[in-house]
Design a protein around this ligand. Structure first.
Ligand code: UD1
Length: 417
């Protein structure tokens, strides 16, 4: 166990390079198992979720090597359709093994996923998709069992534009017979990244990034070399940290288009933002303006950036409203911000934040990944020392977080318990 100790109020200054997208990596790493040859993935972030996934693939018999940010995966020896439960429960994205194992072997046994504790996260849309493709689906004792003699392409309408269901159906349908059409598909950048990767393996997927994705099944897929897109949420977190501390930070190695909803809100909050090519420079105001925001599927304001934005707004000059519309219960972490002097009232899915001019460092606990990011942003702008317990949760999704913050002039230390 470790904690992050932050002595706050340093204005962050300098340049930070953003790593590969966590959410893309956890879809693409299992996806390349569908290829018949070896694949090389570049720009893979050195984070815990990636390491756990690499271990799961090894347990399934694949050969995996990780050298800095390059991962090589060879499916030779990958013969098991049963995913090891003790690792699967550690990360939510392990549900992508359902689509992969079903496409590869026509059967899969995968424990129900773990991951962040942010309220109920059903997978009914994933299972509906597998059934539509012709699979028998049963869920018993926390294990999902899938079986199909053959997968047959089908039209699938998603009740909600679920990222996970869209990706899982793309994976399962990539080698099905005939054409699958996903309507009301998720449009997140990592859905597009996965489609690009699968297409480079020989898949025939069109429309990723729009509401309708068409997948024409192919007989086989080959290995590939693919570079993971930059992590928009890591970038958003450093942008928020710059605003919260009145800093001047250049966030580099990003796709600026993916950051538009965040840029728009931070400008409303009073930040001055320049962007060009692959970087965004954020200059924070002394104290932010209050803003109202509602989280939405892409290209709306991302739910994963809601928690760090709330931390920024704790010090705004006025009242902000943050409405969480993607998840039923993603505001639990505010009680930790309140310990730091934030004035927040939660009404249903809305947080009403009355800005205060000072947050005070306190011992707090990261209850989930983005809650941890929120506490980090709050701690950087608070007076005194903030101890964030369960730093491992933050390290699930933030590469070299201590080093990157230090590089921006933050006074932070990792302490092993
Ligand atoms: C992914 C991201 C996560 C992000 C989320 C929303 C990964 C690994 N994780 O999670 O960081 O917060 O998208 O942008 O990419 N739902 C159902 N039934 C389903 C599936 C989802 O009701 O079968 C609901 C969920 O409970 C949630 C909403 O739909 O309320 C969105 O979920 P979804 O888009 O599936 O999120 P994830 O893929 O789990």
């Amino acid at each position: 166990m470790a904690r992050l100790v932050i002595r706050g109020r340093n204005r962050l200054k300098g340049k930070v390079r953003i790593g590969g997208s966590k959410n893309s990596s956890v879809a693409i790493i299992p996806a390349v198992l569908l290829g018949e040859g070896e694949s090389t993935l570049e720009n893979v972030p050195a984070i815990r979720d990636v390491k756990v996934f690499a271990q799961i693939l090894k347990d399934l018999g694949a050969l995996v090597s990780l050298n800095e940010n390059t991962m090589t995966i060879s499916p030779n020896g990958f013969t098991s359709h049963v995913a090891p439960y003790d690792l699967v429960r550690k990360l939510r994205a392990s549900y992508y093994l359902m689509g992969v194992l079903l496409a590869k072997f026509g059967k899969a046994e995968v424990g129900l996923p773990g991951g962040c504790d942010i309220g109920p996260r059903p997978i009914d849309q994933h299972l509906k998709g597998f059934r539509a493709l012709g699979a028998d689906v049963s869920v018993e004792g926390g294990v999902v069992r899938l079986y199909a003699n053959k997968l047959q392409g089908a039209p699938i309408y998603l009740d909600i534009p679920s990222v996970g269901a869209t990706i899982n159906i793309m994976l399962a349908a990539s080698m099905a017979e005939g054409t699958t059409v996903i309507e009301n598909a998720a449009k997140e950048p990592h859905v597009v990244d996965l489609a690009n990767c699968l297409n480079s393996m020989g898949a025939r997927i069109k429309g990723a990034g729009t509401d309708i994705i068409r997948i024409k099944g192919v007989k086989s897929l080959k290995g590939t070399c693919h570079s993971i897109i930059p992590d928009d949420i890591e970038a958003a977190t450093y942008m928020m940290a710059a605003v919260a501390t009145g800093g001047d930070v250049e966030v580099s190695g990003v796709i600026t288009k993916h950051l538009e909803p965040v840029v728009a809100k931070l400008r409303e909050a009073g930040a001055s933002i320049e962007q060009d090519g692959d970087f965004v420079r954020v200059i924070g105001p002394d104290r932010p303006n209050p803003v109202n925001v509602k989280t939405m599927p892409y290209p709306g304001f991302p739910t994963d950036a809601q928690q760090p934005l709330t931390a920024v707004l704790c010090r705004a000059r006025g009242v902000s409203m943050v409405h969480e519309s993607v998840y039923e219960n993603r505001l639990g972490y505010v009680s930790e911000l309140v310990k730091m002097g934030a004035n927040i009232k939660v009404q249903g899915r809305t947080a009403v934040i009355e800005g205060t001019d000072r947050l005070v460092g306190s011992p707090v606990t990261a209850t989930d990944l983005r809650a941890g990011a929120s506490l980090m942003v709050a701690g950087l702008s608070a007076e005194g020392t903030t101890d964030i317990y369960r730093l491992e949760i933050i390290e699930r999704g933030y590469e070299s977080v201590v080093e990157k913050l230090k590089g921006l002039g933050a006074d932070v230390t990792r302490v092993e318990e």
